[in-house]
Design a protein around this ligand. Structure first.
Ligand code: ATP
Ligand code: MG
Ligand code: MG
Length: 370
């Protein structure tokens, strides 16, 4: 897989890069887009690195809307970074336009490409090497929320429709149970029962939003550790990347999804459920980083609902795995039979664990509430 070098060079030629291309190669470990790092020489001494990315058109059908979101949000972030005398080339993604002045390029095959200034002297980690890395991701996503608190979230496009509409996801599960197209329902009675017993989790946020008790926010929706660039020298989280899934959403969901995978003591597909729990030390680290950097921008209700975000996101993920298992595994890639069922079980185990630790989780949030 990947795009041949010659083609990348032809694509790169159509962007407003300066200098002479001296090298290009794959970059990072993203699973969605194709990401390349290109180096250009400028004059005798200098060189500049850029990122060239092919957007995944299977997942994102409306690249113009997606790019409109990214241009809007990065433009806003840049103003904020400048106001705080930060580094506008390292603390926010900078789109480099095409030579025609467009935000992205559509090639003759209909593929879409975009370019960013490369964030220098920084790395992104797939796995936390130390708790501080998780803390730094919390700070980075908290700052992201803080700087975008005055952005009109409702003007953003929904790049993946109904992404965290948990109620719809619940209905899809119910349909899958009823249809039982693969005759698997009888073998997963326990999981189905768990999902149905917890139906309230599918409704709680939709109701709060409908009643106006929580606001729509700019959300990132892929708050993984490797979507934060960490400064090589200071170890600090400097910039949030991967803005494809920026959408209107709820602050609690971004927070909750970080907890779901970042504070879990086991992998998402661990078979031994005794290894699966929500680590309260990691949870506290994330709460601390997140609230320290955005606490005053969130409402009291949003802060109170942060633990609920962890529960809802974990439940939602569990019912999606269960649905896919019932429907014959056509959405999530599987490496073994029952892979999706194993994944569903880890998520439901986490939900149960979160329920047991509920008081602790709320107390921790109160501790860091300003
Ligand atoms: P995912 O699988 O998380 O959805 P993706 O395929 O959407 O990833 P990105 O996260 O945008 O791709 O980029 C992949 C990796 O490339 C990032 O994790 C980061 O390490 C690196 N990267 C992306 N943009 C930049 C940049 N502007 N400067 C430096 N590195 C970058
Ligand atoms: Mg990424
Ligand atoms: Mg991505």
């Amino acid at each position: 897989t990947g795009t041949p070098k010659e083609e990348i060079k032809r694509i790169a030629d159509q962007f407003a890069f300066t200098g002479e291309l001296v090298s290009c190669g794959p970059c990072g470990s993203g699973h969605i887009n194709e990401t390349y790092m290109l180096r250009y020489r400028i004059g005798e001494m200098g060189s500049i690195k850029v990122i060239l990315q092919k957007i995944n058109r299977e997942i994102f059908q409306k690249p113009e809307e997606l790019m409109e979101n990214i241009a809007g949000v990065t433009g806003h972030l840049k103003k904020k970074v400048l106001q705080k005398s930060g580094d506008p080339e390292r603390e926010v993604l900078n789109l480099i336009p095409t030579k025609e002045g467009k935000a992205f390029l559509t090639d003759e095959n209909g593929e879409c490409w975009r370019a960013y200034i490369f964030i220098t002297d920084a790395v992104s980690y797939d796995l936390a090497e130390k708790p501080e890395d998780f803390y730094e991701s919390a700070v980075a996503f908290g700052k992201f929320q803080e700087m975008l608190a005055d952005y009109p979230a409702e003007t953003l496009h929904e790049t993946i429709k109904d992404f965290h509409d948990t109620k719809k996801r619940f209905q899809t599960l119910k349909n899958a149970i009823e249809k039982d197209s693969c005759h698997r329902a009888a073998s997963v009675k326990e999981e189905i029962a768990f999902a149905l017993q917890h139906e309230y989790l599918a409704n709680v946020f939709g109701e709060l939003l409908a009643k106006g008790e929580v606001p729509l926010r700019v959300t990132h929706n892929d708050t993984k550790l490797n979507n934060v660039m960490i400064d090589l020298e200071t170890g600090k989280g400097i910039c949030v990347v991967d803005l494809d899934t920026v959408m209107p959403g709820l602050a609690m969901n971004d927070f909750g999804d970080s907890i779901r995978f970042g504070a879990s003591t086991a992998l998402e597909d661990e078979k031994d459920l005794s290894k699966v729990s929500c680590d309260m030390e990691l949870y506290e680290i994330y709460v601390k980083g997140f609230l320290e950097s955005c606490g005053d921008k969130l409402s009291a209700k949003e802060i109170e609902m942060l633990p609920m975000g962890a529960k809802v996101m974990t439940y939602e993920c569990g019912i999606r795995f269960l649905t896919d298992y019932l429907e014959g595994d056509h959405y999530f890639k599987i490496d073994r039979e029952e892979h999706n069922l194993d994944r569903c079980r880890t998520q439901f185990k986490l939900v149960a664990d979160i329920e047991q630790k509920w008081d602790t989780m709320q107390t921790i949030v109160k501790k860091y509430q300003k």
